[in-house]
Design a binder for this molecule. Sequence first.
Ligand code: PMP
Length: 361
Amino acid sequence: MSTAERLLRDDLRGFAGYASARSLAAQGEVWLNANESARPSSEDPAGACRRYPEPQPFALVARLATLYGVDTSQLMVGRGSDEIIDLLVRAFCPPGSGRIVIAPPVFGMYAVCARLHGADVVEVPLRDSGADFSVDLDAMAEAARATKASLLFVCNPGNPTGESVEVEAISASAARLAGRCLVVVDEAYGEFAEQDSAASLITAHDNVVVLRTLSKAHALAAARVGAVIAQPEVIDLLRRVQAPYPMPAPSVAIALRALRPEALCATRVRVREAREQRGILAHALEALPGVRRVYASQGNYLLVRFEEADAVLARLLDAGIVVRDMRAMRGLDDALRITVGTPAQNRRLLKALGKTAGGAQ
Ligand code: PMP
């Protein structure tokens, strides 16, 4: 039995999920089985949206599988990685007694989903060296083992902290947790980082699950397209708990366009610019008075500690610039997270910050 099958909620064993109207449709010519409108909307004369979409649009699954170097049986698409995080908790955390392990400060959705499903959150804080953060994967794996958690989330690179974890370390933790816990590697910002994807681990490890998204590097946040990569047994279980028709046809259409070779070239150019700008911005921020620390980042954002984060936030807002206030997160009570913008936006930010600190720009 695979790790995922072992960890599946007992009450979901034998549960088949919703049987979509699309599953038999391909065998007929006149589709009268899903109570769709017989005629298209006046606003959609070609009828692109008249019928329910394929639950797992094969063309999109195939293109993403090629992009990430896996088989189509090893990938499922969802409404952003947010939906997939929710599905993982839903499938593998029994109501009232589920448990996940996270390394705060970290992306909030893991804990939010756990809370919504009545699961406990076991925290193994990141180590803060003063110059950068690091994940204590050994301690996380030990916590997962000791608490019998079914999911361990590694955000790689870390949001909001920017650190990354080597694939070898993830592989070692996965081996240690084989049969006991799924190691979920969230690579939402993977394209901006130098490390390799953990997707290469899924053949050897039945408990490694990788999350990818088109929201960041591919610039399609509003389309809500994410993917999960894992062994087919995991994919099969997740499909059973997913909503009937999760992928809106317009989102699938734009995702397919954004995954054509020419568009992927343009994406690489944007990613290169974001990485360059990240370096330039980090350097400029470090030189500003009032800045306590700029953490090294592998994402398209920088976590910055300020002497007076309050005043900085207010002055930036005055200048029409919105950054993310991280001060409610434990250990980050003087920190803001700044997304790397275009060169012009970054200059505007630096100018406003220079004024805030009363120093040079
Ligand atoms: N993971 C991380 C680490 C994120 O920062 C985000 C978005 N902020 C997500 C997942 C969710 O992304 P998506 O748009 O694919 O739902």
